[in-house]
Design a protein around this ligand. Structure first.
Ligand SMILES: Cc1cc2nc3c(=O)[nH]c(=O)nc-3n(C[C@H](O)[C@H](O)[C@H](O)COP(=O)(O)OP(=O)(O)OC[C@H]3O[C@@H](n4cnc5c(N)ncnc54)[C@H](O)[C@@H]3O)c2cc1C
Length: 425
């Protein structure tokens, strides 16, 4: 006899959605979570900066089609669109640019998207190659736009990701913020679910009529199992599958690596707010897409902290040096833009720095498809053994990949597949 109908590995957005859908379908379920908290790559620290700060997922992207928006609203949260109040403080060589330069920067963004959308990606083409074919790259602001589109937004250089997948997973506004934090939303959604914390799954048996999850917690049997751990963790071999996964599934896992985005929370030292209203964007022009740089949002919700972002190769190399190196770099970046005023306005101590790249349960921030491998997401999402083994999570979503909303939908969908196995289908 099985211990439960469905086992879910991981209590991030996908695992929480799966557990809720299983309960709604009247199935018994157990979620096995390695960490001692729910939320996975969404985690809100509410104490260090004296206000909520998301170390991982921050926005509800593509809010008109994001399943988490209505859920947040139903719980009395008020997702906030800061787009209309956002002021951009953009610097070039230490000088804040004026309106005319801002207009040419905006035009470069617009040109990037319209020119790429007008082309059909060639087989195996990277997003970087597509951009070059679209004639993008020589303009004064082009490297800055590419820096945003690659390392900052997608957490990896455009040359490392598939062009088709890049276009399919573009996210339209509005992007909404939660004052309580996106991690706090997931904690609420996980409340009362049957989750065992500190349960690291090391082995999954899926060859027989029942599936088995094994770890230091023991052995649990179920009719179906939904595995939601990040593809980077799966690729590391942290979970052994018996029998081995089909080659196409294994290949799909390796073709969806995670890039890295590091978040930094820096607090004001006194009353100086650098002349910026809440939700101002801080950014600077870069010479190369892969140049190390920090973008930031100032004083979200009027709090006295900046929310900084470093993405792509710079995030990996600074992360390897440790949080002090990240903070030192962030302060250098601010000094570059604001001069000596930054050192006086921002505290060096008590900063918050995320470390998703070295965290063994994430090993990165979110996935992109390697060039030529846009099909990998669909392949990974395909149920195995009649639904007895399903993969879910952000990497499995073909349009909302890399997001909370995509992870949520893929977790819900996997329960539909697992239901077939559970019913003996
Ligand atoms: C810095 C950063 C910023 C981001 N910004 C945004 C944003 O603004 N908006 C947005 O929508 N998304 C954002 N994302 C992406 C978003 O966080 C993810 O897409 C989403 O949280 C993934 O959910 P998931 O359920 O697929 O995976 P996860 O949240 O990673 O959940 C998987 C779970 O599996 C657990 N696990 C791992 N190994 C094992 C094991 N062996 N046994 C048991 N459990 C295990 C993990 O601990 C984890 O809880 C961001 C991510 C990062 C890191």
């Amino acid at each position: 006899m099985p211990d439960v109908d469905i086992l879910v590995v991981g209590a991030g957005a996908a695992g929480i959605a799966a557990a809720r859908a299983a309960q709604t379908a009247g199935l018994s379920c157990r979620v096995l979570e390695a960490r001692n908290r729910p939320g996975g790559r969404a985690y809100t620290d509410s104490t260090t900066l004296g206000a909520p700060f998301d170390l991982g997922a921050t926005w509800l992207h593509a809010a008109h089609r994001n399943p988490l928006r209505p859920l947040a609203e139903a719980m009395g949260m008020a997702p906030f669109d800061h787009g209309p109040v956002r002021v951009s403080a953009c610097f070039d060589g230490g000088r804040r640019i004026g309106e005319a330069e801002m207009a040419s920067y905006d035009a470069a963004w617009e040109g990037f998207h319209t020119r790429l959308a007008a082309l059909t990606p060639l087989p195996g083409e990277s997003a970087g190659a597509l951009a070059a074919r679209a004639g993008f790259g020589q303009g004064y602001w082009d490297a800055t736009v590419a820096h945003w589109e690659g390392p900052v937004i997608c957490a990896a250089p455009l040359a490392e990701m598939d062009a088709r997948d890049y276009l399919d997973t573009l996210l339209e506004p509005p992007d909404l913020l939660l004052a309580e934090g996106a991690g706090a939303l997931l904690v609420r959604l996980a409340r009362d679910l049957p989750i065992t914390y500190g349960a690291v799954v090391e082995r999954v048996e899926w060859g027989g009529p029942l599936v088995v999850a094994e770890g230091a917690f023991g052995r649990l049997r179920a009719r179906a199992i939904i595995v939601t751990v990040p593809t980077s963790v799966l690729a590391s071999g942290a979970i052994r599958f018996d029998p081995a996964l089909p080659p196409e599934t294994e290949e799909a896992i390796h073709d969806l690596p995670l890039g890295l985005l590091t978040k930094i929370g820096l607090r004001a030292a006194g009353e100086d707010r650098l002349g910026l209203p809440p939700f101002s964007g801080i950014e600077r022009r870069v010479e190369r897409e892969d140049e190390a740089a920090m973008t930031a949002i100032a004083w979200p919700f009027g709090h006295d902290h900046l929310m900084g972002f470093i993405g792509g190769p710079a995030a990996w190399s600074l992360g390897a040096e440790g949080p002090e190196a990240v903070v030192a770099f962030a302060l250098e970046e601010l000094s570059r833009n604001f001069g000596a005023r930054a050192a006086a306005a921002i505290r060096r101590r008590g900063a918050l720095v995320s470390d998703w790249g070295r965290d063994p349960y994430s090993l990165g921030a979110y996935s992109h498809a390697r060039p030529g491998r846009s099909a990998a997401r669909g392949i990974l999402a395909r149920p195995l053994a009649g639904g007895r083994l399903c993969f879910a999570g952000e990497a499995c979503h073909v349009t909302l990949a890399a997001t909370l909303g995509g992870a949520w939908e893929s977790g819900t969908l996997a329960v539909g597949h697992a239901l077939l196995a559970s019913a003996g289908g």
